[in-house]
Design a protein around this ligand. Structure first.
Ligand code: AQP
Length: 329
């Protein structure tokens, strides 16, 4: 019998999760959990690579867990856990800092360049080292597949390099994982600037539709979203990035084909299109939030604790091998 493959993915509790996180990551996970061993983490130690308010962080950890559950991640099928509850993640990241990762790898990381901007000298070392912690997350569990949005592909490439280098030196310890990026919706763009990714920690929340946004204000954000010159509703990311982004959101949240939407809106203008999309968003958020509101903080705490118990043994087993291989045991 073929062995079932393992999937690992996670989201940082670093802001208000938005439809980009849902379309690019969580919705894929829901589809995958019937076919794979799935492990989904709330990666809180990634979140602290940029300044977090501690009260807010505590709240967001539970919020992200509840969002996973509301989206359809089923704890009977998938393991859901909090990264910081398993110290092996940070231990393995430290070991990878010393074995397998070169400075030149991290100097190439585009997400670090984007996030540090002009402040490269003053951002935390953690932000620079973020991809190494991510490699530890993935490699600890013999992950086969990492479903991510486009922005995280480079980090999974690094995890592959680290695993290969470590295995070359110490034997066959880590599985080489593969990134899976969905074809449509891998990068949802900001509503006001379609050249930038929609990001949960964006200072201007008018760029994003948060999953827990008040539905009326979410509708307004769609109506105010920027459009391109011309009036045709066609999918052309190069020349019409704003409309291409809105079409993608419509197709993903409304469960429609982009080709079909182009036909349906062939004789209509941006105004009608945005009004209908606002209704699609309203329906999606209303359904989502009604599920979310039925889940308590205590439910979330219990799910995380169950997940910790299930995952701890696997992590410890791998770490014993790693410690022995490098000679500290
Ligand atoms: N705009 C997006 N479109 C599609 N997928 C996206 N993802 C993030 N933004 C989009 C995917 O969601 C997961 C979240 O990853 P993360 O929490 O580790 O951080 P991130 O990629 O840095 O996401 P954000 O929302 O931009 O967070 P902040 O603002 O905190 O940095 C990943 O699978 C990602 O690909």
């Amino acid at each position: 019998m073929p062995t079932i493959k393992t999937i690992f993915s996670g989201i940082q509790p670093s802001g208000r999760l938005n439809i980009g996180n849902y379309i690019g990551a969580i919705s894929q996970w829901v589809e995958m959990q019937s076919h794979y061993n799935c492990i989904f983490s709330v990666v809180d130690y990634h979140a602290i690579t940029v300044k977090q308010d501690s009260e807010e962080l505590r709240k967001r950890i539970l919020e992200v867990t509840k969002i996973y559950l509301a989206a359809g991640i089923d704890p009977e099928k998938s393991i859901i856990f909090q990264q910081s509850a398993i110290p092996a993640h940070t231990e393995l990241a430290w070991i990878f800092n010393c074995y397998g990762t070169h400075m030149s790898d991290l100097n190439k990381m585009t997400q670090f360049k984007d996030k540090s901007g002009k402040n490269q000298e003053s951002v935390s070392v953690g932000l620079y080292d973020y991809p190494v912690l991510m490699a530890a997350d993935i490699l600890l569990y013999d992950t086969d597949i990492v479903p991510v949005g486009e922005d995280q592909k480079q980090h999974v490439e690094l995890a592959r390099d680290i695993a290969r280098r470590f295995n070359n030196e110490f034997g066959d310890i880590f599985k080489i994982p593969q990134a899976v990026v969905r074809q449509e919706g891998a990068k949802i763009m900001s509503l006001l600037d379609p050249t930038r990714k929609m990001s949960k920690s964006d200072d201007n929340q008018n760029n994003c539709i948060a999953l827990l946004d008040d539905v009326a204000s979410a509708q307004k954000k769609i109506i105010r979203a920027v459009t391109d010159s011309g009036s045709e509703i066609v999918y052309d990311p190069l020349h019409k990035p704003a409309i291409a982004n809105l079409l993608t959101i419509y197709a993903q949240l409304g469960n429609r084909q982009i080709k079909r939407l182009e036909k349906d809106y062939a004789d209509k203008g941006y105004g009608d299109f945005k009004k209908d999309l606002a209704d699609i968003v309203l329906k999606f958020l209303t359904d989502f939030q009604s599920k979310y509101n039925k889940i308590s903080d205590n439910d979330a705490r219990e799910i995380l604790e169950d997940g910790r118990k299930k995952i701890e043994k696997i992590a410890n087993g791998k770490m014993e091998r790693v410690r022995k291989s490098i000679g500290v045991r």
